[in-house]
Ligand binder design. Structure first.
Ligand SMILES: Nc1ncnc2c1ncn2[C@@H]1O[C@H](COP(=O)(O)OP(=O)(O)OP(=O)(O)O)[C@@H](O)[C@H]1O
Ligand SMILES: [Mg+2]
Length: 305
């Protein structure tokens, strides 16, 4: 996998990219973070430096963030290729179609060439630790994703084993948690079983690896697609945007944990008294710089590079 010199400290972060525009290339979709270009049976996923918090995209990009997300995903796609086929082809602009050559500098590190798949519209969330909406549900009903949990769990405690908590993608942007039974009704029992098993295997693999590097992968979200009728892993994998990373040396169950990367940003946003509705407040340069450093640190710590 090609590693951009920014990630190894050999170059400063390139000019921040708030949005990409590749003239002449049809846009397949635009998400909160990525522009996706249509190349026929393949897609070009381009991660901008946009950052969202509380589901709102900030006005200011975080330099280098897209490079971290794309390269870290490539790292995990390569590491898991032995037991899980994926959409991943390459992040090296030299492997991209010749028509993209003029954009090589812009795309370097932040673009991933992938196989186009028919997206499965269920987010496959795996949780090793109880946090976020799972903690809220447990407090309310003693269950997580409708499953009865042991009594007396503390916030951020480790589950006896990882738990699969699916969600559907909703147009409002806030995902809706569903049960595995509801997922089976949407996708069929066979595909559901496969995705549950694959998701837990992927999480367990990544959790062990991150743990060995001093990071707790508290939970993460996978997306799958169908290619020739078979499930493959798509989207991004175990990045700070799709996962909760906690520094293992500061882990203290019984409350919320410091998150590895968006903590400064969230703390700052809360300190301004912002109501979490657009437009977001202007970010001071120190918050931008420290957030960028944290994203890069997440990459270097996990990959050991
Ligand atoms: N191989 C693939 N085939 C088809 N769609 C894909 C593939 N890989 C990723 N996607 C889709 O591309 C989009 C990536 O863009 P981005 O991460 O910015 O979206 P997002 O902000 O998470 O928003 P949303 O997923 O709600 O549209 C996602 O919608 C994802 O499901
Ligand atoms: Mg996404």
């Amino acid at each position: 996998m090609r590693v951009h010199p920014y990630l190894t400290g050999q170059a400063p972060a390139p000019t921040p990219v708030a949005q990409t525009l590749l003239p002449g290339l049809p846009l397949f979709a635009r998400g909160k973070v990525r522009e996706i270009y249509d190349l026929g049976d393949r897609l070009l996923l381009v991660a901008s430096d946009r950052i969202s918090a509380f589901d709102v995209v900030m006005n200011e990009p975080i330099p280098g963030k897209g490079i971290v997300l794309t390269t870290l995903s490539a790292y995990w796609f390569e590491a898991t290729a032995g037991f899980m086929p994926s959409h991943y082809i390459s992040i090296d602009p030299a492997d991209f179609p010749a028509g993209l050559r003029p954009y090589s500098d812009l795309l370097d590190g932040r673009a991933m060439l992938v196989k186009k798949a028919e997206r499965v519209d269920v987010e496959c969330v795996v949780r090793g630790y109880i946090s976020g909406s799972a903690w809220a549900e447990y407090i309310n009903s003693g269950t997580v994703a409708g499953m009865q949990m042991p009594e007396g769990l503390r916030e951020s405690a480790k589950f006896p084993q990882p738990i699969f908590t699916p969600a559907t993608k909703s147009s409002s942007g806030h995902d809706i948690n569903i049960s595995i039974e509801e997922m089976s009704k949407l996708l069929g029992a066979e595909l559901t079983q496969t995705l549950v098993r694959k998701s837990i295997d992927l999480y367990s693999f990544a959790e062990k690896r991150a743990r060995a590097r001093g990071i707790i992968l508290a939970d993460t979200k996978f997306e799958f697609g169908l290619l020739d009728g078979k499930p493959i892993l798509i989207d991004e994998v175990c990045t700070p945007d799709s996962s909760r990373f906690w520094p293992a040396d500061q882990y203290r169950p019984g409350g919320a944990q410091p998150s590895f990367d968006k903590q400064y940003l969230r703390d700052y946003l809360l300190s301004t008294g912002w109501n979490r509705e657009p437009p977001p407040p202007t970010l001071p340069s120190e918050i931008i710089t420290r957030t960028a450093e944290k994203y890069r640190e997440a990459f270097t710590r996990i990959t050991g590079s």
